[in-house]
Design a protein around this ligand. Structure first.
Ligand code: AP5
Length: 215
């Protein structure tokens, strides 16, 4: 099963992917998470990506395409994958189509998480990430300011500062929203109302993805 999760920053891609990967037993490939690890480890790719990320812009397509192909070729993707945060430009979408043909894989569906901009801003201003285990939570769910999973310290992601969030939303509208139409032309698409609660969105996803082979 190969699924691409598409949606604005803060639409809930990471939250839902963390649940779906358990449900379907396939790896969650999040380009944002891979890039943050590269930055934290001080790699060459991390050095090139950091400035774009901190300013709310996109990392160049050639770097992303190379990084995604290397990840998708790893042996744990034999039964499929769940892509989150990629593709984000028409060039990346075309790159995905060419890459999957070349390595003889098929994308089953794109899932579009639809959510209003004001919901996005509210969610991102409340998002906190655990410094120890990287779990994502929201101020509305926090108990005494500690990670609900490991008790670690919760921090604001640098690109969740309000001025960077505004820039990320602009970039999404200009460069990523056109990818939705590309997907409608080339793949099956499942539309989800992502403004509902986490559980309601998960249930809608489960129903929407039921028809695809996850044996
Ligand atoms: P990335 O990490 O991919 O960020 P993003 O796409 O902007 O997505 P987010 O992680 O902000 O949001 P999400 O949709 O995963 O929401 P979440 O589940 O966390 O990318 C970061 C940067 O890396 C980019 O800006 C770019 O620079 C670079 N990059 C990455 N990929 C790239 C690519 N392909 N090309 C070029 N550059 C790339 O939820 C958000 C909050 O809402 C959380 O607090 C959560 O608890 C809460 N929440 C979630 N769902 C619900 C719900 N249903 N109800 C209430 N609260 C909810």
């Amino acid at each position: 099963m190969r699924i691409v999760l598409l949606g604005a920053p803060g639409s809930g891609k990471g939250t839902q992917a963390a649940l779906l990967k358990e449900m379907y037993g396939i790896p969650h490939i999040a380009t944002g998470d891979i890039l943050r690890t590269e930055v934290a480890e001080g790699t060459e790719l991390g050095g090139k990506a950091e400035r774009y990320m901190n300013e709310g812009g996109l990392v160049p397509d050639d770097l992303i395409l190379e990084m995604v192909e290397a990840r998708v070729r790893r042996p744990d993707t034999r039964r499929g994958w769940l892509m989150d945060g990629f593709p984000r430009t028409l060039e990346q979408a075309e790159g995905l189509r060419i890459m999957t043909e070349r390595i003889e894989q098929r994308v089953d569906a794109g899932v579009i998480l639809n959510v209003d901009p004001e919901v996005v801003v509210r969610r991102l201003s409340g998002r906190r990430v655990c410094e120890s285990c990287q779990a994502v939570t929201n101020v509305s769910e926090m108990r005494a300011g500690a990670c609900p999973l490991c008790g670690g310290k919760l921090v604001l992601r640098p690109d969740d500062e309000p001025q960077v969030v505004r820039r990320r939303i602009e970039v999404f509208e200009q460069q990523t929203r056109p990818v939705f139409e590309y997907f409608r032309e080339h793949y099956d698409v499942v539309d989800i109302d992502a403004s509902k609660t986490v559980d309601q969105v998960t249930e809608a996803l489960r129903r929407g993805l039921d028809r695809y082979d996850h044996s």
